[in-house]
Design a protein around this ligand. Structure first.
Ligand SMILES: [Zn+2]
Ligand SMILES: [Zn+2]
Length: 225
């Protein structure tokens, strides 16, 4: 077994439980893992952004747009150079094996949401056929977490990277709630899961359609903030 990122032999770093539990198996060496920055202290209590204030300025803006939504997002890692490289390999080059890299941490962190319905953010059919997988579902499957795909993304908007932050915040709703989702999510606690939280726009759009099902509570989780 070799590290999925640097190809170094992993056998010396493996424990009994790594051999025993498939989704807990070590897939990356400790040196590669140390290059990612785990989110710990000094963060916004709503969105997990690195921040000295209690609520960051992004969240204050969202609060004005969604005054009735008690938004709460939890994330595992900050975006840094190692994470950028990971996202590049996993999402853009489509290396599906990389879904296992954070499986152990994700399984651990999502334990407390056992009673919740986990809903991944969808990708469009076109994106799916290009990449071959939904990167969020990949992370959840690798972590051994059951999920329910209640959302659809009928088509992609034009690529957003050239737009300003303000333009990106004003895009139109890209998601639909499935007919079955409406009844399944009724009065349930829902955890929306995405790979990365950038502006928050995606998660707030997803919340916008999920609330049609009249859920009890909606929170969000992303691997990266
Ligand atoms: Zn490595
Ligand atoms: Zn915030």
């Amino acid at each position: 077994m070799t590290c999925l990122l640097c190809c170094k032999q992993l056998i010396k770093e493996m424990t009994i439980s790594d051999f025993w539990f498939f989704h807990k198996k070590k897939r990356v060496c400790s040196y590669c893992l140390s290059k990612f920055t785990k989110i710990k202290k000094h963060i916004c209590k709503r969105c997990s952004k690195s921040c000295i204030e209690e609520i960051c300025c992004d969240c204050q803006k969202w609060q004005k747009l969604y005054p009735n939504y008690q938004f709460k997002n939890e994330s595992l890692y900050f975006y840094n150079e190692a994470m950028e490289e990971f996202m590049q390999k996993y999402k853009f080059y489509g290396d599906y094996r990389l879904r296992f890299i954070f499986a152990k941490e994700m399984a651990q962190r999502l334990k407390k949401y056992r009673e919740w319905v986990i809903v991944p953010i969808p990708i469009s059919k076109k994106r799916f056929s290009l990449r071959g997988f939904n990167q969020v579902e990949g992370l959840l499957l690798a972590s051994g977490i059951c999920f329910y795909s209640a959302l659809m993304k009928p088509f992609d908007r034009e690529y957003q990277s050239h737009k300003t932050r303000e333009e990106r915040l004003q895009t139109v709703q890209p998601f639909l709630l499935t007919q079955a989702g409406k009844s399944t999510l009724y009065h349930k606690k829902i955890l929306l899961v995405d790979d990365i939280y950038t502006t928050g726009r995606t998660l707030f759009h997803a919340y916008g359609v999920i609330k049609e099902a009249l859920p009890k509570k909606v929170q969000t989780f992303t691997l990266v903030r």
